[in-house]
Ligand binder design. Sequence first.
Ligand SMILES: Cc1cc2nc3c(=O)[nH]c(=O)nc-3n(C[C@H](O)[C@H](O)[C@H](O)COP(=O)(O)OP(=O)(O)OC[C@H]3O[C@@H](n4cnc5c(N)ncnc54)[C@H](O)[C@@H]3O)c2cc1C
Length: 435
Amino acid sequence: MITSADVVVCGAGIAGVAAAYHLAVEQRVGRVVIVDEREPLTLTSDKGTQGYRNWWPGPDDTMLRFVSRSIDLLEATARAHGNAFRMNRRGYLFATAEPAEVERLRTTAAQVSGFGMGAVREHRDLETYAPHLAEGFEDQPIGADLLLGDAARRAFPYLTPDMIGALHVRRAGTMNAVMLGALLLQRSVAAGAAFLEDRITGFDISHGTIRGVRLASGVGVSTPRVVVAAGPLVHEMTQMLGLSVPVMHELHAKLTVRDPRGAVQRDAPFVIWNDPVEIGGRPLPAGVHMRPVDLTHGDELQLIWTFETDLRQYEWPPRFDDRHREILLRGCARMIPAMTPYIGSGTSGVLDGGYYCKTRENRPLIGRLPIDGAFICGALSGIGLMSAHAAGELVALHVTGGPLPAYAPAFSPSRYDDAAYVSLIEQWGARTGQL
Ligand SMILES: Cc1cc2nc3c(=O)[nH]c(=O)nc-3n(C[C@H](O)[C@H](O)[C@H](O)COP(=O)(O)OP(=O)(O)OC[C@H]3O[C@@H](n4cnc5c(N)ncnc54)[C@H](O)[C@@H]3O)c2cc1C
């Protein structure tokens, strides 16, 4: 029976397993215990579309630097383990039929390039354009390619013929994030960490210092340090510490459907339609996304569209509006006409998803909490799979007192103590960086 630990990681979603990995494997902390009441990675972290990107239009270069670091770590882990989580470099493709949107993509790409994404290349034909590879991530271009007119239509023939431009972001793609999480957990356990299936019901704190974790089974684990990685249950867990954290929840649905007609090339990038779409007289914002994913049948597609961003109370299981299926299919058929026969054809697909747990400026909370020995790695919003590696590294450095990267203060919970920062982010909004 485990009764004491050097660090207890509270939650085994992708944030918790990445934190445990960096503590146990990279920082060589002796007795790391990860506690979760569920099977690891089964609340939010197995519901994502599993995309990653070094595309961060601002307001500054903080998120680009942070997620680029995470992609560096993802690549290193993939390289060391035979690409066990099938990380690819197919890119993100933002497509449009609007001249004004082509102009906006050009301007935004120049800005993101200035933050460090890499160069932007423009193409009116395909002579100098390097297409992506279906698998793997090595030896691929960085930056982005802006394809215009026929060049865009020839490179991506399954997209609508009225498309006039497409921006292909190259240090981007998809992966199997559950395999990634399983690998990080397995490496942690091999380095001496332990997983405990239990529910955390409270913390022992004396003189403002963490002393231990209380569990539903009645057993306690004494520890001087805890990492709160509770995903959308962060309110509940920080309340046990007598704290309140400034996070909120949006519910996001994704639809997994089969594509037996082969409407989409299987090696397609993560495609995003950058124009608004009207469905049944209802104008919906730009941003319907589609990616191929190989599941049971090997012909599945995942669709997601962030058109509902109302704040929600956490409830599990979440309830999704069944009309989402039709809306997602219609939106997708706007950019991929060969998907039109699936609308209303009884193609049901699987509608699931989870919560984006986020701060008011949509930047994670990683760092010390105002109780000695308490740390947080959370509020990973819709970017937790791509950013978890760097988030885990950062919280592990906070725990061990290691040298912090330059972006550390931007994620520290104490940033809200700075009145100038609080008034600055009023202008940003909670959808900053959200596609
Ligand atoms: C539809 C959708 C699409 C997404 N697409 C992407 C994408 O393409 N790319 C990307 O990077 N990200 C994506 N995300 C975001 C990503 O999935 C999340 O940011 C990430 O999974 C959050 O991980 P987490 O570890 O913080 O939370 P979770 O995975 O929710 O883990 C929290 C864990 O804490 C445990 N826990 C909580 N309280 C307790 C307690 N008291 N006792 C014991 N255990 C407890 C829970 O059981 C749970 O296992 C998407 C999310 C959704 C919903």
